[in-house]
Design a protein around this ligand. Structure first.
Ligand SMILES: *[C@@H]1O[C@H](CO)[C@@H](O)[C@H](O)[C@H]1NC(C)=O
Ligand SMILES: *[C@@H]1O[C@H](CO)[C@@H](O)[C@H](O)[C@H]1NC(C)=O
Ligand SMILES: *[C@@H]1O[C@H](CO)[C@@H](O)[C@H](O)[C@H]1NC(C)=O
Length: 213
């Protein structure tokens, strides 16, 4: 299955998203970057494949999430309605994951993607998501979600330990959303998926993101 997807990525000619409404910080740069890449689009998908799973560290478990996501978005453009895509974005960076997803399904756009499906968020946090005012995602919720998603796709690989999930992925999201307190509210996590444009070079060795990079 892996090889089938990789082969289809390599031969697809992607049609990248055109400029849309610029809504938030990060959005414009991403649209520009994608626009610029249209010129050399034949190499884009193979380059994205070459760097998949290489975000903060190379993590084979992440590659399994990415391929599951790409299988799913082959038939839907609702990228943030797929749990494996949400998990994959946190471990591959949102820039590379969007790129791969666009190679797989040209209708996926960084400028018109939908917000994170609330049902997925509620699966991450539990029932409190539906209580008045909702609830924020805790670090433990995130780690549990990452492992539960790997379990649901029957990943043969797993992170070495939960601490690496915190250091390599949670901490990066936490840094980007820059909210007070230990937890991350729904809107901030949804914004991270849509607008962070996170990629390997953003992430310093201490795991933190450079603002505006
Ligand atoms: C992707 O979808 C196309 C047609 O919609 C289908 O032919 C192809 O087999 C699918 N690929 C995967 C990996 O699901
Ligand atoms: C998003 O943009 C893409 C590319 O322009 C388009 O194919 C797709 O239909 C759009 N989706 C929505 C939901 O508007
Ligand atoms: C939430 O989790 C349940 C149980 O694993 C699953 O059946 C359901 O599809 C999930 N909801 C979403 C929106 O992913």
């Amino acid at each position: 299955m892996k090889f089938a997807v990789a082969a289809s990525l390599a031969i697809l000619t992607p049609v990248f998203a055109k400029h849309g409404m610029v809504q938030k910080r990060g959005h414009a740069q991403l649209a520009d970057a994608i626009q610029a890449r249209e010129e050399q689009s034949t190499d884009i998908c193979s380059a994205a494949v070459a760097s998949l799973g290489q975000y903060t560290v190379y993590e084979p478990a992440c590659v399994n999430l990415i391929y599951n996501c790409l299988d799913a978005v082959n038939s839907t453009e609702a990228i943030w309605s797929q749990a494996s895509c949400v998990a994959a974005a946190t471990c591959d960076g949102t820039r590379n994951l969007y790129q791969l997803a666009q190679c797989q399904n040209s209708a996926i756009s960084t400028t018109n993607a939908s917000y994170l499906d609330y049902g997925i968020y509620a699966n991450i946090t539990g029932e409190c998501a539906y209580a008045e005012g909702g609830c924020s995602m805790t670090q433990q919720n995130f780690v549990d979600f990452f492992y539960a998603t790997l379990s649901s796709i029957e990943s043969p690989e797993w992170p070495s330990d939960a601490n690496s999930v915190v250091t390599n992925y949670w901490d990066v999201i936490k840094e980007w959303v820059a909210v007070e307190g230990d937890d991350i509210p729904y809107m901030n996590f949804a914004d991270f998926l849509l607008y962070s444009d996170s990629y390997a070079e953003d992430v310093e060795e201490d795991g933190s993101c450079e603002e505006g990079a």
